[in-house]
Design a protein. Structure first.
Length: 433
């Protein structure tokens, strides 16, 4: 996973984007707010009206308290109560009080004469000692600018939170979706595919959950398949065991009660019993093999060796044994240079089963062909023979072939069989190292 696609980087990008958008929105709202407020206060009489109201209050204050133009302390006290204003008092064009310099003007003996300005608004106030002109400067609009600033900051913070929440919302919806899909899997629906979106940590988690689902579904399917195969195999083995046992019991009952014509017939029955015993022995070996290859114990494979080294002597012994029993063997050997890994015990059982099948089912009048060749990733041995007609139905069993296929799988190989009306072909393929 690319680090730039991780949740940390996505969150960082989202926060930066939200901060930039909020900053742009703040300066935009700030400019617009300042423009409208400035325009309003420049075109309206709000400030003049406020000053007029303050002058009325000042006149009442002066009259009630009999304040003179020299009572700086009382004037200063009134100015402080008003908050956000300052005031100058002129008497006969002479500055007698300035709220910005209240302490300095309080003890003035020689007041400074200052001229009037045409652009200033002068208000007549009747003090106890004389009439004076008052100039009032009120910063009444400051609170509106302050309120506008607070509103702009709150709106930008809200915008920041909205952008962040919208960015996180998709991830939260995805988490909720994964939670719902996990609930579906917990309910047993292993066919439901988990949704994978993106390439971040959540996508990796979803992909892991889906891979786990597939693995678990495969295990359940394999377990069901093995259970079904075991049940079928047990049924077949029970039949294969019961048939020779029934025949042996019949022949033993005949011999026990001396119901035979002569010694020749008695010997024939004994020979039949002997054949059935050998058949039971072979079936018991197949049952042992089946229990062995059905276990979950991992097979330890040996170190890689040359294909020719492992099979040259083994195939020579198979060929010699078949020829001793009346078969003709044709061999085509193309060894190549492949190395394979096998388990000696399993390989011996595989070759015994192949040889046993050839002995029982191959037609002696036709040659048995053994071919050795290599594919790109496999080293192969192929046994091909014509099928003879079975004399007895009970001679046919598939246990040995099933065991052979499973033992080859445990050695990372395959056993493929093909059968037509006359030809049976067995191919053993070993994965090259």
């Amino acid at each position: 996973m690319n680090k730039r696609e991780s949740l940390y980087f996505q969150l960082a990008r989202l926060l930066i984007l939200a901060a930039v958008c909020s900053g742009i929105a703040f300066w935009g709202m700030r400019g617009i707010g300042m423009y409208f407020l400035d325009h309003y206060f420049e075109t309206s009489d709000y400030i003049e009206q406020k000053n007029h109201d303050r002058m009325k209050e000042l006149q009442e204050y002066v009259t009630q308290n009999s304040i003179s133009t020299r009572d700086s302390e009382f004037l200063t006290r009134w100015v402080y109560r008003q908050r956000g204003i300052f005031m100058q008092v002129y008497c006969n064009s002479v500055l007698v009080y300035d709220s910005n310099y209240a302490e300095e003007t309080e003890g003035w003996d020689a007041p400074v004469e200052i001229g009037f300005y045409d652009w200033e608004a002068y208000y007549k106030i009747h003090f106890s000692d004389s009439e004076a002109e008052v100039i009032l400067y009120g910063f009444y609009e400051r609170k509106f600018y302050r309120y506008a600033l607070i509103a702009e900051i709150l709106l930008c913070v809200l915008l920041f939170l909205v952008i962040v929440m919208l960015g996180i919302r998709s991830k939260m919806k995805y988490i909720t979706q994964l939670s719902r899909e996990i609930g579906i899997l917990e309910g047993g629906d292993l066919e439901y595919q988990v949704t994978v979106k993106g390439r971040d940590e959540l996508a990796v988690l979803a992909r892991g959950i889906d891979d786990m689902r597939k693995s678990f579904a495969y295990q359940v399917e394999q377990e069901a398949h093995l259970t079904k195969a075991n049940r079928r195999m047990i049924t077949e083995m029970s039949h294969d065991l019961r048939t020779p046992l029934t025949s042996m019991m019949i022949y033993m009952e005949i011999l026990k009660n001396h119901r035979y014509r002569d010694k020749a017939q008695m010997k024939d029955y004994i020979d039949r019993i002997d054949r059935k015993m050998h058949q039971l022995k072979q079936l018991s070996e197949h049952i042992f093999e089946y229990s062995l290859v059905s276990s979950e114990v991992k097979v330890e494979l040996e170190e890689p060796e040359s294909f020719q080294t492992l099979f040259y002597d083994l195939l020579s012994e198979v060929s010699a044994y078949l020829e001793q029993n009346g078969f003709t063997v044709e061999m085509e050997l193309h060894w190549g240079n492949g190395l394979i890994r096998i388990n000696t015990g399993y390989l011996a059982r595989v070759m015994d089963n192949v040889l046993s099948n050839l002995m029982k089912y191959a037609k002696q009048s036709e040659p048995v062909t053994i071919t050795v060749f290599e594919r790109e990733k496999e080293a192969c041995i192929c046994f091909e023979n014509q099928i003879r007609e079975l004399e007895r139905k009970e001679d046919s069993t598939n246990i040995g072939l099933a065991n052979t296929k499973r033992m080859m799988e445990k050695m990372n190989g395959t056993c493929r069989t093909e059968m037509s009306s006359e030809i049976f072909r067995t191919e053993l393929s070993f994965l090259k190292s």
